[in-house]
Design a protein around this ligand. Structure first.
Ligand code: NAP
Length: 264
């Protein structure tokens, strides 16, 4: 299927690893002029070089922390006018005892998982409106809809994000701009490996991949029967970045192998 985005400018904020990298790959493969950002420079630059060589498109790396005001400014300066914007920002790690969560931890969660994406969207929407076209996709989490006691630093802020986008997407749809959210369940990514230790701590487990995986699968039934790979989300993200998805507005698409049990 031709995604019809050849030559369009696409920014994947959080594009050096995991689901962001997999989404960036799909956009580059479809011929978009790509910008990818992340906090860690080495992995970012390597990802940009690899995608540029593999797909023969320009891939510009931008070192920027999307959760910080100065990081967002760096993003806006390096990529002022994307047609396509996909965002993912890592919230704080899994929590242990909810009674021990402090106001500072809540502020960090809200700053990264809610204010970060809102501020990035707020900066780019006026340009998309002037050009009469835009695509915005947030890669958030299924715990926005499916609360989890160990993911309070991620779910509540993302519930607020999908509330915000529900309203804003209806407002901007008249200008040819769509905003949709992807809500992933359990994916085996670089990011998931990095938080394995804090997941183990939250449940008093040995911090070994096989122990954590077994505990997770025993306590979180995934009807599909496996933990996903980043590319199990990327095709849907790429479709939502395409002109083909023009009638999909303000949706929250859960990609979790059936783990979250509901009609919608
Ligand atoms: N993996 C899962 O099982 C799972 C489940 C539910 C929800 N999610 C959510 O899905 C999203 C993607 O997860 P993932 O597992 O694909 O993560 P990942 O493998 O860690 O990849 C995240 C990407 O975003 C970048 N990034 C993270 N925080 C950033 C920030 N503040 N500013 C700029 N770039 C940032 C990372 O690079 P740097 O670290 O170098 O900045 C990396 O390129 C996250 O929001 C996560 O909370 C993941």
């Amino acid at each position: 299927m031709d995604l019809q985005i050849k030559g369009k400018k696409a920014l994947m904020a959080g594009g050096s690893a995991g689901m962001g990298r997999a989404t960036a790959e799909r956009l580059a493969e479809a011929g978009a002029e790509l910008f990818i950002s992340a906090r860690r420079e080495e992995r970012l630059v390597q990802a940009a070089d690899e995608m540029s060589q593999k797909y023969g498109v320009t891939v510009t790396p931008i070192v920027a922390d999307s959760s910080k005001e100065d990081g967002r400014q760096a993003l806006f300066e390096a990529c002022p006018d994307p047609d396509i914007l996909a965002i993912t920002i890592k919230p704080p790690n899994p929590n242990g005892d909810f009674l021990k969560l402090t106001p500072e931890q809540w502020r960090e969660s809200i700053e990264t998982a809610l204010i970060g994406p809102i501020e990035i969207m707020r900066n780019y929407i006026p340009g998309m409106k002037t050009r009469g076209w835009g695509r915005i996709v947030n890669i958030a989490t299924f715990s926005a809809k499916n609360p989890m006691i160990w993911r309070l630093m991620s779910g509540p802020a993302r519930s607020a994000l999908i509330n915000y986008t529900a309203g804003v997407s209806r407002e901007v749809a008249q200008y040819g701009i769509t905003i949709n959210n992807l809500l992933p369940g359990m994916f085996a990514t670089e990011g998931a490996s990095e938080i394995m230790g804090t997941y183990a701590e939250a449940f008093g487990l040995e911090p070994k991949p096989e122990v954590v995986r077994e505990h997770f699968l025993a306590n979180n039934k995934i009807p599909a029967g496996f933990v996903a790979q980043a590319d199990d989300l990327a095709p849907m993200a790429a479709l939502l970045c395409s002109p083909l998805s023009r009638f999909i507005v303000g949706q929250n698409i859960v990609i979790d192998g059936g783990q979250h049990y509901s009609l919608f």
